[in-house]
Design a protein around this ligand. Structure first.
Ligand code: MOS
Length: 726
C-alpha cells in the first residue's frame, strides 16, 4: 500500500480498539518470567556451550602477541577464538568499526578473544589465562581539546554542517537582549537491563542467531556482510528485548563471536557481553559542547538564533547532532546551525534514545529560560511569542504537518499550577529545602519507514500477525494486535502476534521513534490486502464491508470470519515523496518541581509533568509508559549520568552499573503524562506518531531550569551534581 498524505477519513476515526488503553499482551509473560530473553533460550538448540568475551586492555594500537595455549588447555575449554588468528572481518554498513579480527585495536574493550567452554565459569577462568602483549599508541580522547579543530559535518537529515539563514551575526550583534552561553553534556551509556546476548547455531551453511536486537533486517544484513554469508542463509530471532535505547540498533560482538564459536566447536554457542564490557565494547551517546546565541527585541521576539555543536566519534561522521530541534522550535529570521565532529579514539559513538535532540534540549531549552529572565518574561510566554507561523523557520522548504506546542504549554501550565511559581530565583523555602519550578518545550521528529507484515486467518476466527518488528519493552505486540483486531474485526484475544523473526516480512524495526507509526501502518496494509482477498473469495468489496465482532457485514448478509477459511496476505506500507515537503514532528511541554538542600546541595525532583502532542495515541497506557520512562532517563541525564573518560588511556572508567549512575525509584517522584487529542493525517493512515523519544526531549532542561529557579545558580555543565551548587 502506497501512502500519500494526507490520509482521509478511515476506520480508525471511529476506532473501538485502537486508541484505547490496553494492557500489554506480553505483560503476564514478562512479569512471570516466561518471556525468554536471548540468553535464556535453552530450548531452541540443544547442547549449548558458553562463550566469554575478552576485551582489549588498550584503546589504540596493535596486538603484538597473544598466548592462548594455557587457556586452550584449561578445564572444559572447547575453543579459544583469538582475534590474531584471523584477518579483520569486514565492517558492516551498520557499524562504525569492524567488530572482530586482526591485530589492530581501535577502541578500549574491543573484543580480542572469545573462550568457548562447557560452562560459563570455565570460559571465564580460561579467559584470565590469555596473555596479550600490546603496542599502545597515543589516541584522541579529549573532546574539549579536539573541539576547536573539529571539522564541520553534514547532519543525518542531509542538512549541511553549517547553515545560515538571513544575517545571523548582524542580527545577533544588534539585538537588544542577548544570551551567549556554552553548555556541555557528557558521554552516556544506554545501560539497558538485558545485556547484548546471542545464541548461534549452524545447520550446514545456514546460521540462526537468537539474539536481542532492535532492527532485525539491519542485523541480518550486517551478519551476512561480516561473515560473508548469503543473507538467505541467515536467520535472526529476537521476540523479546530487555531494553535497547539505540544500543541494540546494530549487531555487536556477541552475535559475531557466538557464530564464530558455534562454527568452530560444531555446536550451539551462547555469548552475553559481560556488563563491565558493555560501555566500552558497544556504542554510547557521545559528549557535546554546545554554544547557543539568542538575540531578541525588548518584547522577547527572537531575531537571531544560533546553535553550534561540537561532538566526536570514531569515524568523524555525524554523531550527537544536538542542533536537530533548533530549526523547528522557534521563530526568528536570522539563524545559524553548525555541527562539528572530531575524530576520536573513544569507543564507538552512536545513537542513544533521541540521538541529538536529547542533548540539544538540555542546552537550547535552558538558553530560552535565560532569555526569558533577561527579557523579564515568563518562560512560557516567551515561547508562545516565538511560536512559528507558516513554514519551518530553519527549513523554509517545509511546512509543519501538525503542531500544537502552544496547547501543550498552556494545558500543562494549568495542570501543573504554573501561575503559582515565583519567577524570582532562590525565594521559595520549606525548612532546609529550596523549592523551584521549571518548564521546557520538547520536539522530536516523527519519521516513518517502509514496513511489511503478513496476516493469516486460521480458519476458526483467529488471526495471526507475522512481522520482524521488535518489541523492545515498548508495547509493539499490543498496538500491532490492536491494529489488526480493529481492521479485521477480530476480538483482541483472538489475535496472535509473532515478532522479531527475520523469516517474517521486514518491518521498520524499533528505532528513531518510527516503530509504532510505521509497523502498525504496515499491519494495516496487510489487513487491507486480506480483506480484499476475503471479499474476492466470498463475492463482496473488502474495502467497504464492515468487519466487526468476528463477522463481516455486507448489506444484510452476515458472514463469520471462519467461513473465509485459512487465507493469508502480505503487504507493506510505503511512504510517498510527500515526506520531504513536511516536517512531521512530535511536541511536548515539560514541567518539573525540584527541592535543593540549602546546606548540602542535594537535589530532589518532586514532580514532573509532560503534555504531549503526537497525533493519535494508539495505546494511551503503553504510550504513557514510554513517556514516563523517557522522563526518568532525561532526569538521569540532567542529574547523574556520565561516562567518565580517562583522557590519558581513552576509556570510560565507570563501566558498570555500580559506578554509572542511573536514577532509581527513590530519585523519581510523581510523574504525570497527558496526551492531546490530536491527529496527524500526514504521517500515515494511522495518523499516529511515536512518543518513545519525545519523552526524553525536554524534561532534563525543565529540571535544570527548576534548579536555577530554586537556587539562583545556573549550572551549564551536565550532569547537575550537587558539588556544582555549593
Ligand atoms: Mo533509537 S536511539 O533510534 O533506538
Amino acid at each position: 500500500m502506497k501512502f500519500d498524505a494526507p490520509a482521509g477519513p478511515n476506520l480508525f476515526d471511529n476506532a473501538k480498539i485502537v486508541g484505547k488503553s490496553t494492557p500489554r499482551i506480553d505483560g503476564p509473560l514478562k512479569t512471570t518470567g516466561k518471556a525468554p530473553y536471548a540468553y535464556e533460550r535453552h530450548d531452541v538448540a540443544p547442547n549449548q556451550a558458553y562463550g566469554y568475551v575478552l576485551g582489549s586492555a588498550i584503546a589504540k594500537g596493535r596486538i603484538v602477541s597473544m598466548d592462548v595455549a594455557e587457556a586452550r588447555a584449561a578445564p572444559g575449554v572447547l575453543a579459544v577464538i583469538a582475534t590474531t588468528d584471523m584477518k579483520q572481518l569486514p565492517k558492516s554498513d551498520y557499524n562504525t568499526v569492524p567488530l572482530f579480527g586482526g591485530a589492530a585495536i581501535t577502541h578500549y574493550h574491543q573484543a580480542v578473544a572469545c573462550v568457548v567452554a562447557e560452562t560459563f565459569e570455565q570460559a571465564r577462568a580460561a579467559a584470565a589465562l590469555i596473555r596479550t602483549r600490546y603496542d599502545r599508541v597515543p589516541g584522541r580522547f579529549d573532546l574539549e581539546k579536539l573541539a576547536p579543530s573539529a571539522p564541520l559535518v553534514p547532519g543525518r537529515d542531509g542538512e549541511p554542517g553549517r547553515k545560515v539563514i538571513g544575517d545571523f551575526e548582524g542580527a545577533f550583534a544588534a539585538a537588544a537582549v542577548k544570551v551567549d552561553e556554552k553548555y556541555t553534556t557528557p558521554d552516556e551509556s544506554h545501560a539497558m537491563m538485558e545485556p547484548h546476548a546471542s545464541i548461534a547455531a549452524w545447520n550446514g551453511d545456514r546460521l540462526t542467531i537468537w539474539t536481542s536486537n532492535q532492527m532485525i533486517a539491519w542485523g541480518k544484513g550486517a551478519i551476512a556482510q561480516i561473515l560473508g554469508l548469503d543473507p538467505k542463509n541467515v536467520r535472526l530471532d529476537s521476540p523479546y528485548v530487555g531494553g535497547g535505547f539505540g544500543g541494540k540498533l546494530f549487531i555487536r560482538a556477541d552475535a559475531v563471536l557466538a557464530a564464530l564459536g558455534a562454527k568452530q566447536v560444531g555446536r550451539p554457542v551462547k555469548v552475553a557481553l559481560q556488563r563491565p564490557l558493555m560501555a566500552n565494547n558497544t556504542t554510547h551517546r557521545p559528549a557535546t559542547i554546545q554554544r547557543i546565541r539568542l538575540g531578541a527585541d525588548k518584547n522577547g521576539r527572537i531575531t537571531a538564533i544560533g546553535h553550534e555543536n561540537w561532538t566526536g566519534n570514531q569515524a568523524g561522521e555525524d554523531a550527537e547532532n544536538a542542533t536537530m530541534q533548533t530549526p523547528v522550535l522557534y521563530a526568528g529570521a536570522n539563524r545559524l546551525i553548525a555541527n562539528h565532529t572530531a575524530v576520536m579514539d573513544l569507543p564507538e559513538g552512536n545513537a542513544m534514545r533521541a540521538p541529538g535532540e536529547a542533548s540539544g534540549h538540555l542546552a537550547l531549552e535552558v538558553a530560552l529560560d535565560e532569555l526569558a529572565e533577561k527579557c523579564g518574561l515568563d518562560p512560557i510566554e516567551l515561547r508562545i511569542r516565538n511560536e512559528p507561523t507558516g513554514k519551518v523557520p530553519g527549513n523554509p522548504k517545509q511546512k509543519f504537518s501538525d503542531r500544537h506546542l502552544v496547547r501543550c504549554l498552556r494545558e500543562g501550565a494549568a495542570k501543573f499550577g504554573w501561575a503559582a511559581r515565583n519567577p524570582k530565583p532562590g525565594q521559595v523555602r520549606e525548612g532546609r529545602w529550596l523549592i523551584g519550578h521549571g518548564v521546557a518545550a520538547g520536539f522530536r521528529g516523527a519519521p516513518t519507514m517502509k514496513s511489511a507484515a503478513r496476516v493469516r486467518l486460521d480458519g476458526q476466527g483467529g488471526l495471526i500477525v507475522e512481522t520482524d518488528m521488535t518489541d523492545i519493552g515498548t508495547g509493539s505486540y499490543t498496538i500491532i494486535a490492536q491494529t489488526a483486531a480493529e481492521t479485521m474485526g477480530v476480538p483482541l484475544n483472538r489475535v496472535k502476534v509473532t515478532l522479531g523473526d527475520s523469516d517474517h516480512p521486514a518491518a521498520a524495526g524499533s528505532g528513531g521513534q518510527w516503530g509504532a507509526a510505521s509497523s502498525t501502518a504496515g499491519v494495516y496494509a496487510a489487513c487491507v490486502a486480506l480483506r480484499r482477498q476475503i471479499g474476492a473469495k466470498l463475492g463482496f468489496d473488502g474495502d467497504t464491508a464492515t468487519f466487526a465482532d468476528g463477522h463481516i457485514q455486507v448489506g444484510n448478509r452476515r458472514i463469520s470470519l471462519a467461513e473465509a477459511g485459512a487465507l493469508s496476505a502480505e503487504d507493506a506500507i510505503e511512504f510517498g515523496k510527500f515526506q520531504k515537503d513536511y516536517n512531521v514532528g512530535t511536541y511536548a511541554a515539560h514541567f518539573a518541581e525540584v527541592a535543593v538542600d540549602a546546606y548540602t546541595g542535594e537535589t530532589r525532583i518532586r514532580r514532573m509533568l509532560a503534555v504531549c502532542d503526537a497525533g493519535r495515541i494508539l495505546n494511551p497506557l503503553s504510550a504513557r509508559s514510554q513517556v514516563i520512562g523517557a522522563m526518568v532517563m532525561s532526569a538521569g541525564a540532567a542529574l547523574m549520568e556520565e561516562l567518565a573518560v580517562d583522557t590519558r588511556f581513552g576509556f570510560f572508567v565507570n563501566h558498570d552499573l555500580a559506578s554509572y549512575e542511573v536514577p532509581v525509584h527513590a530519585d523519581i517522584p510523581h510523574q504525570d503524562c497527558l496526551f492531546l487529542d490530536t491527529l496527524d493525517p500526514v504521517v500515515s493512515p494511522m495518523k499516529a506518531k511515536g512518543v518513545g523519544e519525545l519523552g526524553i526531549c525536554g524534561p532534563g532542561a525543565a529540571v535544570a531550569n527548576a534548579l536555577y529557579n530554586a537556587t539562583g545558580i545556573r549550572v551549564r555543565d551536565y550532569p547537575l551534581t550537587l558539588d556544582k551548587y555549593l
